[in-house]
Design a protein around this ligand. Structure first.
Ligand SMILES: [Zn+2]
Length: 463
């Protein structure tokens, strides 16, 4: 039975979906105004592990991740780049999807963009106005926090902190608010918005950021949904506001389980451009780091612990991934006289699931896998792993990899040219033309691969 830590109750709870066998997840997505950084990707990799483990457990998953394409940052970015908002955000959404693929993050079922759901947001605002939870002032519409007594139930903040937190975020154009905690559902047009606005019955303007997640979650997943996931920094005010808007409008619970991923630090400091410790995924790839190593690094700390990202840590992640990938290749060369691996395989699977069932304890999950690798390696070293055992071992590893996503390595998949050279070299060796074989080996090395000859043929490894 899977147990998840619910931020709302501050407790680990048994996971029970609203509809048996089905899980509906909403994940707060990126603001597409720049390349996402590795702190953002830690939360997205976490959501991917959650998604993959639910699928591993046999659930049918419907996941929605929004793209915030309308806010101060996207508008400012488009203006500075002297381009239209839609061209500007298109560039960064495309980059975001490329990055997801690089990190082997499974695609969600829906990626709604805020600008494509203005009617849904307007309808939600109308509903809140009708029910007395919102008011119009100065061309904007605000949520009336006072009308929703449960406000603060997710973040556990005292009244005083709620006020301080909210007042830190008051925009200059929000002085019409009745209460410092109130937040904008609809922002009246200002000059900085330029040609970015929608004409509605509330006047010319654009939706507030918090509103889009409520509107799109309800549209694609209904209420209540099973899981809402995001980074810990979103708890207040974003998720608190989402709860207020959604529950005030619908008169029922919005989300059953709130799960939040902790921060990522770099060299024990908050990532910032001025400290020179700010990395996008692309920065790391340019430095020659491998995509699967970055994925491993981001998933290997339990999601409720702050992660300290370092380049040394990334190097160990690379070694760990290499170990798993080498293992998969080595197992295929087993030539021993075999004992059964059934017991080992079952034990590893059980340990893996026990760990992951306990609030996705990835440390226990990974420990189970590496112990299995060690045990099988020992059998092989003793000549006790037969060729017939290999498929069972590999199937077990593939099972784990449905959750981890580390074995099919985009980095090391050799291209067709290299494969052709390998085949040509095999043929040269068969006809004992060693001069040609050596020349081809040198060509393959030049392309960044080494060939290892085994009794059952040769295999490639990236240098
Ligand atoms: Zn959100």
């Amino acid at each position: 039975m899977l147990r998840l830590y619910n931020t709302l109750t501050r407790a680990k709870e048994e996971f029970q979906p609203v509809h048996p066998g089905e899980v509906r997840i909403y994940t707060c997505g990126p603001t597409v105004y720049d390349y996402a950084h590795i702190g953002n990707f830690r939360a997205f990799v976490f959501a991917d592990i959650l998604r993959r483990y639910l699928i591993y457990k046999g659930y049918r998953v419907t996941q929605v991740m929004n793209l915030t394409d309308i806010d101060d940052k996207t508008i400012r970015g488009a203006r500075q780049a002297n381009t239209s908002l839609s061209d500007y955000v298109k560039f960064y959404s495309t980059a975001f999807f490329e990055d997801l693929q690089t990190l082997n993050i499974e695609r969600a079922e829906h990626y709604p963009a805020a600008t494509e759901h203005i009617p849904e947001m307007v309808a939600l605002i109308q509903r809140l106005l009708e029910r007395g939870y919102a008011y119009q002032a100065g061309g904007s519409v605000y949520f009336k926090v006072d009308a929703f007594p449960e406000y603060g139930k997710l973040s556990y903040l005292e009244e005083r902190q709620l006020q301080a937190g909210a007042s830190g975020r008051v925009d200059a154009d929000e002085y019409e608010k009745e209460d410092v905690r109130d937040f904008a559902l609809w922002k009246g047009w200002t000059e900085e918005d330029g040609d970015v606005y929608w004409e509605t019955e509330f006047g010319k303007g654009r939706p507030g950021w918090h509103l889009e997640c409520s509107a799109m979650s309800m549209k694609y997943l209904g209420t209540p949904i099973d899981i809402h996931a995001g980074g810990i920094d979103l708890v207040f005010p974003h998720h608190e506001n989402e709860i207020a808007q959604s529950e005030a409008a619908m008169g029922q619970r919005f989300v059953r389980y709130w799960v939040h991923c902790q921060h990522l630090l770099v060299n024990n400091q908050k990532m910032s451009k001025s400290l020179g410790n700010f990395y996008t995924l692309r920065d790391l790839l340019k430095q020659g780091h491998k995509a699967r190593a970055i994925r491993y690094s981001l998933l290997s700390t339990h999601y409720r612990q702050a992660q300290n990202f370092t380049l040394d840590g990334l190097a160990s992640a690379e070694a760990a991934v290499q170990r798993l990938q080498d293992f998969m290749a080595n197992v295929q060369t087993a030539e021993g006289t075999g004992t059964s691996v059934e017991g080992l395989s079952k034990r590893a699977t059980q340990q893996f699931e026990e760990g992951m069932d306990d609030d996705l304890n990835i440390s226990l999950g990974l420990a189970a896998i590496f112990e299995f690798v060690r045990d099988v390696n020992r059998l092989m070293a003793d000549g006790r792993l037969s060729r017939d055992n290999a498929p069972r071992v590999m199937a077990t590893m593939r099972q784990f990899d449905r959750v981890l996503g580390l074995l099919d390595d985009a980095d090391t998949a050799p291209d067709a040219d290299v494969e052709r050279l390998v085949q040509a070299r095999e043929q040269a060796r068969k006809r004992r033309d060693f001069a040609t074989a050596d020349r081809l080996r040198a060509e393959i090395t030049a392309l960044g691969y080494v060939i290892e000859d085994t009794p059952r043929g040769s295999r490639l490894k990236r240098l």
